[in-house]
Design a protein around this ligand. Structure first.
Ligand code: CO8
Length: 258
């Protein structure tokens, strides 16, 4: 496997585990980290010894979202030009099953990345949320669409508009995740599930995954376009600047509605 700076990759045939490795910033998803994760996913997808992939963080955080420091001074022109979502989107094209093993925070882009996986195994300490509203923006990597799909409109609206996260038990009851395990064993449970799936006929597994996803694909494509456009537009507002600066300065933001 390539020499990565922001992730760790462990291959234990027939499964592989990718771990986010920026613990000091709660695995904030910088463009470099996303690029490495996609590169590793694509390599593992091509590797015939791998039947299923586990994506994880550490006990404190799966990932606390996109890197706010890297976005704080960004402009709408830069966002469109960089089009980070094009890289992120490649996760949708991975043919092998991906299981997210989530402990601690799964926020913003972190929650969106977990929801882009095929299944989620959580520790009892996991918290899932879209707190973007608190920093002057909105979800951009599929959160509005996948939450509405998984939780229904009312609960999705509440998460997106209040920014308040839900617990692992709430996420389980709502159908967002597959199971909850103690913090000591959630990763092993996710890996055991990956092993079980990797013991099945590989072509049937990949085609079955594709067929389940087909239920959502057309509707997702349309919804993601609206979400992405609105996300980019918010980088033309003063509230985006204020929200992100306030987070980095560790103070309360003052919204202007401009
Ligand atoms: N980006 C950058 N740094 C972060 C992030 C983040 N998302 N989250 C935490 N950190 C850093 C903190 O700044 C802090 O750094 P330092 O030690 O240098 O001060 C360190 O991680 C530890 O964090 P805290 O001290 O805040 O830890 P707490 O336990 O007090 O709080 C929280 C944990 C509640 C998770 C808190 O850190 C928090 O609210 N984080 C931000 C969560 C958030 O708003 N996430 C959404 C980000 S926006 C997004 O994801 C949009 C996705 C769309 C894709 C965009 C592509 C361009």
């Amino acid at each position: 496997m390539a020499d990565y700076q922001h992730i760790l990759v462990d291959q234990d045939p027939p499964i592989a585990t990718i771990r986010f490795n920026r613990p000091k910033v709660l695995n904030a998803l910088s463009p470099e980290l996303i690029g490495e994760m996609i590169d590793a996913m694509q390599r593992l997808d091509r590797d015939a010894t791998v039947g299923a992939i586990v994506l994880t963080g550490d006990e404190r955080a799966f990932a606390a979202g996109a890197d706010i420091g890297a976005m704080a001074e960004s402009t709408v022109v830069e966002q469109i030009g960089r089009d980070q979502f094009a890289t992120w989107d490649k996760l949708r094209k991975i043919r092998k099953p991906i299981i997210a093993a989530v402990s601690g925070w799964a926020l913003g882009g972190g929650n969106e990345t977990a929801m882009m996986c095929d299944m989620i195994v959580a520790s009892e300490t996991a918290r899932f949320g879209q707190p973007e509203i608190n920093i002057g923006i909105m979800p951009g990597a599929g959160g509005t669409q996948r939450l509405a799909q998984a939780l229904g409109k009312a609960r999705a609206m509440e998460l997106v508009l209040t920014g308040r996260p839900i617990t692992a038990d709430e996420a389980l009851a709502a159908g967002l995740i597959n199971r909850v395990a103690p913090v000591e064993s959630y990763l092993e449970e996710a890996q055991a599930l990956a092993r079980e799936i990797a013991s099945k006929p590989p072509i049937a597994v990949q085609l079955a995954k594709q067929a389940v996803n087909a239920v959502f694909d057309d509707y997702l494509d349309r919804g993601l376009m609206t979400e992405r456009r609105n996300f980019y537009m918010l980088f033309a507002t003063k509230d985006q600047r204020e929200g992100m600066r306030a987070f980095l300065d560790k103070r309360k933001p003052e919204w202007q509605g401009r």
